[in-house]
Design a protein around this ligand. Structure first.
Ligand code: SGN
Ligand code: CA
Length: 524
């Protein structure tokens, strides 16, 4: 970039004063070589499905490869998202800003490609940048030297990829192919003279949870443990929890989600998403795996709670099968870093766009500020910097990722970004002034799954949620009610907690420049 352009660019990001210090800063200051950044990201990966986090699934469905990052680096127990849904989370990560400022408040919005993003700044700072896999932001990726992304949600089998040269179709399973492409870029395409930042973004384990053909019979003889609140009756919570449309019992579809083929029904979804994508050989393998299990299901013909239990088993097994392929492929990438000698100078981060319900509250999907969807996995390995095998309890957010990556690259963080660099935290030196609360806002309603709009504030112990169209509040005390079954809002014992949290919510709204709330009676 010419000197003049660079100066304008720095001015634009609020760092005009630095214009004389010729970039790339990350490459110049200090004797250390700039660090590579590998950001592995999945879609809807619940922390409950990563064995490093423990929990009921850790023994039945371990993730030994992702767990390597936990052993060799830091695992965050309290990483939360700003808005628990796909496109908004991705926009927050790229921009380091809350949804109302980056323009992607819900999945229907288009990402403005002219915005300031961390990949653009890394590229400007001398990094080679690439993204492979799910993008989901409608407009074309900007700020990347190399990109190959799935159109929209993409497909599990024989997926198409959008590239600057046009769309291409690949044969095979999406998680393997995304990894092949990422490895190919690392090995053959990038310029080894430059540091890199690679975003390796899986589609899996997103709905409809279609496994790799080699995993179709994994877990067949295993009983997946149920969560304690699989049969939640939503007492103790407000209208939003009662009126959602994301339950295993009522919302999950027998054909597309649960793969019970019904010869009498002409299910377009199954054809479009699964069968129609496959070649004859793949289709036969798929049918051979599901047909006997579906036959057994028909024989048993469960109903009521037994049917919910059956659906839960089928759902979880397919979901965990998808995770198995993600885990194996994380292993392939980590092995390559080891073999190539890159590992030593590469930060590896694993995260997901949000969490997911694996039957907790009787649900699948995300959106709510309740723990399973609000919280997202975050593991990071930075050789020589992160202490090994440490679990961190600081409140961190996907709002922090952009600034963290810039800081790792020793590049300046634009003032307009709203998060915090996690670099000191990663080094085991959390400042005493670290944040004590987080702001959340979910916007997509009316929409699929019928989750009402809400905003809220979370601290280490409490969560205050405001369903502003409904005029309802909920308060959870996670210390006594970790499963969030019993709102304490209105309980006199918690009156002062509510008062303090409302003040904190107002403070955060101001800090993050939220526009005034506009409750909409039409959206009750
Ligand atoms: C998107 C959403 C899901 C939702 C489906 C419904 N995921 O894929 O939450 O279940 O739509 O689509 S997101 O990652 O894009 O946010 S449907 O076509 O099955 O109705
Ligand atoms: Ca998602």
């Amino acid at each position: 970039m010419a000197a003049m352009n660079r100066r304008n660019f720095l001015r634009r990001i609020g760092l005009g004063g630095l214009a004389m210090t010729a970039l790339p800063l990350g490459l110049k200051c200090g004797a250390k070589k700039p660090v590579n950044i590998l950001f592995i990201f999945s879609d809807d990966h619940a922390f409950q499905a990563i064995s490093a986090y423990g929990g009921r699934l850790a023994t039945v469905a371990p993730t030994p490869q992702i767990d390597r990052l936990a052993k060799e680096g830091m695992t965050f127990n309290k990483c939360y998202v700003t808005n628990s849904i796909c496109a908004p989370s991705r926009a927050t990560i790229l921009t380091g800003k809350h949804s109302h400022l980056n323009g992607v408040t819900d999945n229907r919005e288009r990402f403005d490609p002219d915005q300031l993003t961390f990949p653009k700044l890394l590229r400007e700072g001398g990094y080679q940048t690439a993204i492979v896999g799910k993008w989901h932001l409608k407009t074309e990726p900007t700020g990347f030297d190399h990109w190959e992304v799935l159109p929209g949600q993409g497909h599990y089998y024989n997926p198409d990829f959008r590239t600057p040269e046009g769309t291409i179709r690949e044969t095979g399973y999406v998680t393997d192919i995304i990894t092949d492409k990422a490895l190919n870029w690392l090995k053959e395409k990038r310029n080894p003279e430059q540091p890199f930042m690679l975003m390796l973004q899986h589609k899996a384990p997103h709905r409809e949870w279609s496994p790799a053909l080699r995993h179709l019979n994994l877990f067949d003889d295993v009983l997946i443990p149920e969560p304690a609140n699989l049969f939640d009756d939503y007492e103790g919570r407000g209208t939003a929890a009662k009126k959602q449309d994301m339950s295993i019992e009522k919302t999950m579809r027998m054909v597309t989600d649960l793969k019970v083929k019904d010869e009498s029904s002409d299910d377009k979804g199954l054809q479009h998403r699964i069968h129609g994508r496959m070649n004859e050989q793949q289709r036969q393998a798929w049918d051979a795996a599901y047909a006997p299990k579906n036959e057994e299901f028909r024989q048993k013909n469960p109903s009521g709670k037994e049917l919910v239990r059956w659906k839960y088993q089928r759902y979880l097994k397919d979901y965990l099968r998808c995770i198995r392929a993600v885990d194996e492929n994380v292993g392939r990438v980590l092995d390559y870093l080891d073999e190539s000698g890159l590992a030593e100078n590469t930060v590896v981060v694993y995260s997901s766009d949000q969490g997911f319900y694996l039957g907790e509250h009787g649900w699948f999907d995300k959106r709510f500020m309740y723990e399973e969807s609000y919280r997202t996995p975050l593991l990071a390995r930075w050789p020589g910097e992160t202490p090994k095998g440490v679990y961190n309890d600081d409140l961190v957010s996907n709002l922090d990722f952009a600034q963290t990556f810039l800081d790792i690259a020793r590049l300046p963080q634009p003032e307009e970004m709203q998060g915090l660099s996690l670099v000191p935290v990663l080094k085991g030196e959390t400042p005493s002034t670290w944040r004590e609360s987080l702001y959340y806002h979910y916007y997509e309603y009316p929409a699929v799954h019928s989750v009402r709009r809400h905003e809220g504030v979370a601290t280490q112990r409490y969560k205050l949620i405001h369903y502003y169209d409904l005029g309802e509040w909920e308060l959870f005390d996670l210390q006594v009610d970790p499963n969030e079954m019993d709102s304490k809002y209105g309980d006199p014992e918690y009156a002062s907690v509510v008062q303090d949290l409302k003040k904190e919510l107002e403070r955060l709204r101001e800090k993050y420049k939220l526009p005034p709330l506009e409750p909409d009676p039409e959206r009750q």
